[in-house]
Write a protein that binds this ligand. Structure first.
Ligand code: PGA
Length: 255
């Protein structure tokens, strides 16, 4: 009942023309994958060229971040409403790189999440533990705490609009992927927490992506897990071939 959702997080790569070219290639590959949802997240300055390149395609565009206010004296920030006006359907919130390098906290994640809802954007909220936390046996505590900040502000009647991305920090950009079993364990825990808060039906509508070194070679196994509903892909989303192979792996799971 949950459509598999594959999103490419392009991070701080690809200026407008390069991004538009890759978007066109992704759109072509998406024609072979009608059973899944696909999105790409370019840098802010490439959003408009990418939206234009994707005109007529079901591939959606996501912002990589947003501010919680609608406008004001916040130099260097971009409002959720501005992303929506530029053609974004989604926004990534609380990516671990933002938590790690830009001081994002559970509190700012909650505020940004509310801003996304206010702007009509579909949020992808990222959660995940560091290697030290995993080694100390704190994975579920950490993820549970991060999730609490989401559940505190998210209305259950909008559950089908929510995507959670579980991204263990030690697996991001390292080539080290969580095993399908490790990921499924955390996804099950997230689903249970969602059910405790929203009730089983709304919780069953929330898509939980896995992220962290997803590649063509491991996508099928990860996506075969019952609570892994998609992937947030960094490095492998920067090449049409590898992103397309992940999309096709997802399409064959969804079929
Ligand atoms: P990666 O990044 O696929 O390069 O590990 C994933 C992410 O940070 O979303």
């Amino acid at each position: 009942m949950r459509r598999i959702f594959i999103a490419g997080n392009w991070k701080m790569h690809l200026e407008g023309r390069q991004a538009a070219e890759l978007a066109r290639q992704v759109a072509r590959q998406a024609e072979d994958c009608p059973g899944i949802d696909v999105a790409v997240a370019p840098v802010f300055t490439a959003i408009v060229p990418v939206v234009e390149a994707l005109a007529g395609s079901p591939v959606m565009v996501a912002g990589q971040n947003c501010h919680w206010e609608e406008k004001g004296a916040f130099t260097g920030e971009v409002a959720a409403e501005m992303l929506a006006a530029a053609g974004c359907r989604l926004v990534i919130i609380g990516h671990s790189e933002r938590r790690q390098y830009f001081g994002e906290t559970d509190e700012t994640v909650g505020r940004k999440l509310q801003a996304a809802l206010r702007a009509g954007l579909l949020p992808i909220v990222c959660l995940g533990e560091s290697l030290e936390q995993r080694d100390a046996g704190q994975t579920l505590d950490v993820v549970g705490r991060q999730l609490e900040a989401v559940l505190a502000v998210f209305p259950s009647e909008q559950a089908s609009r929510l995507t959670i991305a579980y991204e263990p920090v030690w697996a991001i950009g390292t080539g080290r992927t969580a095993t399908a079993g490790q990921a499924q364990e955390v996804h099950t825990f997230i689903r249970q927490r969602l059910a405790d808060k929203f009730g089983p039906d709304p919780a069953g509508q929330v898509r939980i992506q896995y992220g962290g070194s997803v590649k063509p070679g491991n996508a099928a196994e990860l996506l075969s897990q019952p609570d892994i509903d998609g992937a947030l892909v960094g490095g492998a989303s920067l090449q049409a071939d590898s992103f397309g192979a992940i999309m096709r792996a997802a399409e064959s799971q969804g079929a």
